[in-house]
Ligand binder design. Structure first.
Ligand SMILES: [Zn+2]
Length: 370
């Protein structure tokens, strides 16, 4: 299994220049090869494999543009591999055609690989190839037994730098006797309703910050594009964005840790979050805001770390229609907030769904272990 630790880093001036050069070279090579593949395609020449692309870069591009040799060679190779991943996604109809990277709009980042201790997380620094030791805030470290695989350095829109260090580890699966089970039903105007009648809303402060963000964005709209005030305001907007997303992540980390510590089996509905936020399922903004998908990802690895399990109940399972008491199916419309059944069961619609998800999840779990 893989796990990443993301650290804020504070490069000095020289390191910052080297980082800018590396971002630039990765973008340059990516664009050069994308252009070459397009020309080849027009001339009916077969799509180059990622190894051919890398060879072309090493023998042709690096000879023609010697500055490419001054940056981390793994970063350049990985930029080529990312392009190929983009192509593969496109070929398999999972994504759009790879786009050219723009100096101003594209994300500034590169990934480098671990070899011969070239990357090291130290007490207050991270050692990176071509940069040496970069000042960093090390808020947590990987446990022993984790193997460093790669590091991704990025610069956010507000100018701050981060280094995400990826580790590989072997999950120790200790089968836990399943005693505590919970079902979670996704709530479009909050986070979830659980089968033990707890309602979890999305963090309120995010709304507060959203107001601040809207104000800052309005101000930005009235400014002259690319003027110095505009750039300053743009950084301010980016800072508020980052603040909001950090607050949200903290909240989700707390919630997911709490659940992972309490329950052996967590049952959830397998929802397609992306299509839900796009297709006006309830309130699109609330869907994006509450990060339910993020919560599930966190639960997934936190439960796995503890030898526990997350069970996803199929989309086809009619959790909101089935009576959690007698099993009868009653047609419900989205506006019915109370679930009512002829057996006498009357309860909150989301709670009824959460109990059904819990029961179905447990059934699936017994099928798996049987
Ligand atoms: Zn019933």
């Amino acid at each position: 299994m893989n796990k990443a630790y993301k650290y804020r880093i504070y490069p000095n001036k020289t390191q910052e220049q080297q980082l800018a050069r590396t971002f630039g070279c990765c973008r340059f090579v990516y664009n050069q090869i994308l252009a070459l593949q397009e020309t080849n395609h027009k001339n009916n020449i077969k799509h180059m494999s990622k190894f051919d692309m890398n060879n072309y870069c090493n023998h042709v591009l690096k000879a023609e543009y010697p500055f490419l040799k001054e940056v981390d060679k793994f970063a350049v190779t990985n930029a080529i591999y990312f392009l190929e991943t983009g192509y593969q996604r496109f070929f398999q109809k999972q994504g759009g055609y790879p786009k050219f990277k723009n100096k101003h709009r594209s994300r500034k980042s590169y990934t480098t690989n671990f070899t011969n201790n070239n990357i090291e997380v130290l007490e207050h620094e991270i050692k990176l190839p071509k940069l040496g030791k970069v000042k960093a805030v090390i808020h947590r470290v990987a446990p022993s037994g984790y193997h460093l695989k790669s590091a991704t350095v990025s610069q956010e829109r507000d100018g701050s730098f981060y280094c995400s260090v990826l580790y590989e580890y072997e999950a120790v699966i200790m089968p836990v006797a399943v005693k505590e089970i919970i079902g979670l039903d996704y709530k479009s105007d909050g986070l979830y309703v659980s089968s033990d009648e707890k309602v979890c809303g999305s963090p309120k402060y995010s709304r507060k910050a959203a107001k601040k963000l809207a104000k800052a964005q309005r101000r930005l709209k009235h400014m002259q594009m690319h003027s110095s005030n505009y750039n300053k305001q743009q950084q301010k907007v980016a800072r508020i964005h980052r603040h909001i997303s950090n607050q949200r992540k903290d909240f989700l980390h707390k919630k997911s840790t709490e659940i992972a510590n309490l329950y052996d089996l967590v049952c959830v509905e397998n929802l397609n979050m992306k299509s839900m936020s796009n297709k006006g399922f309830g309130n699109g903004k609330a869907t994006l805001d509450n990060g339910y998908g993020m919560l599930l990802n966190m639960l997934d690895y936190k439960l796995a770390d503890r030898g526990r399990q997350l069970i996803r109940v199929g989309k086809w399972y009619a959790s909101s229609q089935i009576c959690s008491c007698c099993g009868e199916v009653n047609k419900m419309t989205l506006s019915d907030r109370k679930y009512q059944c002829s057996c006498g069961n009357r309860m909150d619609r989301d709670l009824n769904a959460a109990i059904n998800i819990k029961n179905e999840g447990y059934r699936l779990y017994r099928e798996i272990v049987a």
